[in-house]
Design a binder for this molecule. Structure first.
Ligand SMILES: C[S@@+](CC[C@H](N)C(=O)[O-])C[C@H]1O[C@@H](n2cnc3c(N)ncnc32)[C@H](O)[C@@H]1O
Length: 247
């Protein structure tokens, strides 16, 4: 994939065709440096599981992407969000902890896949960097500014926003699960919004996992959960894809 980048320092790195943590963020090559680099530069297995599940749900008429407003949380490469755009979503917002990841990886990927010169498009995309504990204001304000003409729900209007929230490999750290869940409840369209979550059943060493997130959702009681896929391909410990919707 060709990489393009507008940031002067990052441009040089992006033209190498590969990005790594030490060049982009100045941290030693690592999957994760908590609170500094949250894993967005690596392509994790869960994002592919998520795309496959979305594809099956679309094929089986369980999911309609056309015209929908979609948010991908913890996007990194942004493959699920890009897939949503290719399947007709009207608006796709990408969120990552690190602005550098968005600039150097997500945006070039989105440009290469959703804005090919030959293809006409009316879809709207946005990129948001920040921590889940405080990014709701930005996301909801972003919607209000970009979509005044639609009936997309915003906080100010007493509504809730996205039709579909996607996230892959975002539930590894136990500490961040409550803020992630709070964010989802604030940003998801009520009552018809749905969340697709892919991740590992358990993340060894960091304590989180799909089942820990599920526990939070179940205890809160506002949403119902459905297990859509279980992946045991041996490339990692057991992975799952879940769907959540308001009861
Ligand atoms: C393991 S990476 C997964 C990246 C991508 N979804 C994939 O599957 O390839 C986790 C993602 O969650 C985001 N993330 C983790 N903790 C976060 C937090 N507290 N606030 C905002 N984003 C966070 C990171 O930016 C990162 O992109």
């Amino acid at each position: 994939m060709t990489l393009h980048c507008t940031h002067p320092h990052l441009e040089q790195i992006c033209h190498q065709g590969r990005v790594n943590t030490s060049d982009v963020l100045g941290v030693k090559n690592s999957d994760l440096v908590p609170g500094k680099y949250e894993g967005g530069l690596k392509l994790w297995e869960g994002s592919l599981d998520l795309v496959k599940t979305l594809n099956s749900d679309i094929k089986d008429d369980r999911l309609l992407m056309e015209g929908k407003h979609v948010l991908e949380l913890g996007c990194g490469h942004g493959l699920p969000g890009i897939f949503a755009g290719l399947k007709g979503a009207a608006l796709v917002h990408f969120q990552d902890f690190n602005a550098e990841v968005l600039r150097c990886l997500t945006i070039p990927n989105v440009k290469a896949n959703l804005f090919k010169e030959s293809s006409e498009t009316s879809r709207s995309v946005g990129f948001y960097a920040g921590d889940w504990s405080e990014i709701d204001k930005l996301l909801l304000r972003g919607d209000a500014v970009q979509d005044k003409t639609t009936n997309l729900h915003t906080e100010n209007e007493g509504h809730r926003g996205y039709n579909i929230i996607l996230m892959a490999e975002t539930v590894y750290a136990l500490d961040s699960l409550p803020s992630l869940y709070r964010l989802i409840k604030k940003c998801l369209h009520y009552p018809s919004g749905v969340v697709y979550m892919a991740g590992k059943k358990h993340y060894f060493g960091v304590g989180g996992g799909t089942r820990q997130f599920l526990r939070l959702v179940t205890e809160d009681g506002a949403m119902q959960s459905d297990l859509l896929a279980e992946v045991t391909d041996g490339s990692s410990n057991v992975r799952e894809v879940w769907k959540f919707s308001f009861k």
